[in-house]
Write a protein that binds this ligand. Sequence first.
Ligand code: HEC
Length: 410
Amino acid sequence: MAGAVAASDFQGATHLVPFEEDNLQYGKTVATGPIARLQQQLDTGDVTLTWDDQFGYLPAILKALKVPESSQMLVFSKTSFQRDRISPVSPRAVYFNDDVYVGFVPGSPLLEFSMADPKLGGVFYGFENVRTNRVKFVRTDNCLECHAGAKTMGVPGHLIRSFATDDRGVADLLSGGELITHRTPLEDRWGGWFVTGQHGSQRHRGNLVGAEAFARQQTEPNFAGNKTTLADLPPPFDVTRYLEPTSDIVALMVMEHQAHMHNFLTRLNYEATLQLKAYGHCNYIKSPLEAFLRYLLFVEEAPLKEPVTGSAEFARDFVAEGPRDSQGRSLREFDLKTRLFKYPCSYLIQSESFQALPPELKTRIYRRLEEILSGEDQSETWQRLTAEDRKAIREILVATLPDLPKSWKR
Ligand code: HEC
């Protein structure tokens, strides 16, 4: 599949990083991210979760973790942990914000959480969604069986797939090998997912359940596309079992950008940590760093051929977060005409995960970024960034990143 995880992201090395060994100690290190912090507040009684008769603790947890309900996306392929419960009549819902991902299957007592921990990268929790007065997020490494491997750059991380499925949601494993990222052309995305939102004549594999649907797509392109809400599909399941009537196309595109970005940050963090321990510097991370910059700056993004429109709620909730510069500009603003974002530089540069990278590595990233954004580096690789793009991104970063070197302020 074109545009999936490029082998060059890590010089083809997708081997598992030895993250359990002495220098990284993944399993023994305490997580410090939003879920660990919420658990502390729950233990001290500073926060309590309200039980909902239909959804259990889900709405209260989303609220406490500031994960917007509008980010809901539904996946029906039997590809994840609770696959026996997941199917086109009972899809799994996924919700997310900048550092937390939540999995919910109606009727299942298990809520699943993955998150981008500033130190550890991908960390996984289960949560028993039954009424109790001692709610508990349980960190578990069982999830790494799938969530740490070649698809996640060899580190504990996040997965987004696209498979053709049969009527029951069983994935045809030959129909999609790689992780979906912002580089993946739309026509290869969303197999096994429901998708709401407008995308014109651009085709995708969402909303196609079973071989017949895939065959019909050949003669009647987009017969299942361009649906505003799930009720327009109509889906083979009961929409009222979910918090929202959408599985938003823009939320999907954002998450696909973000998940690989998180994996990349984790891998860079581990590599730099290991090199710093071994050599006292991380100067050997050269080509992965360039690959990271290409991903950060969207230079290999699959272009949109026509505009995309998702739910107004998700767009509003997503753009509302995060810092703006004095002209009101934010890296979270959407373009959605020819590309995902108005300013092609990942908003995750402002995240805790990026900010927690080893300072030696961050210095190197900032140095290269300055060369590219100032226009000093005019090489072919960065040609998709116009002089205007570079200037705007540079100005937004200067206004919103407190730890940029002084040379940027000139
Ligand atoms: C059998 C393989 C498998 C196992 C085991 C597994 N997952 Fe996943 N997970 C997936 C796949 C594949 C996806 C991509 C979405 C999909 O297909 O449902 C995913 C996606 C997710 C997501 C959405 C964001 C992300 O991180 O990719 C969450 C949250 C998640 N899993 C949590 C968990 C937790 C918690 C566990 C352990 C209790 C777990 N998973 C175990 C395969 C697995």
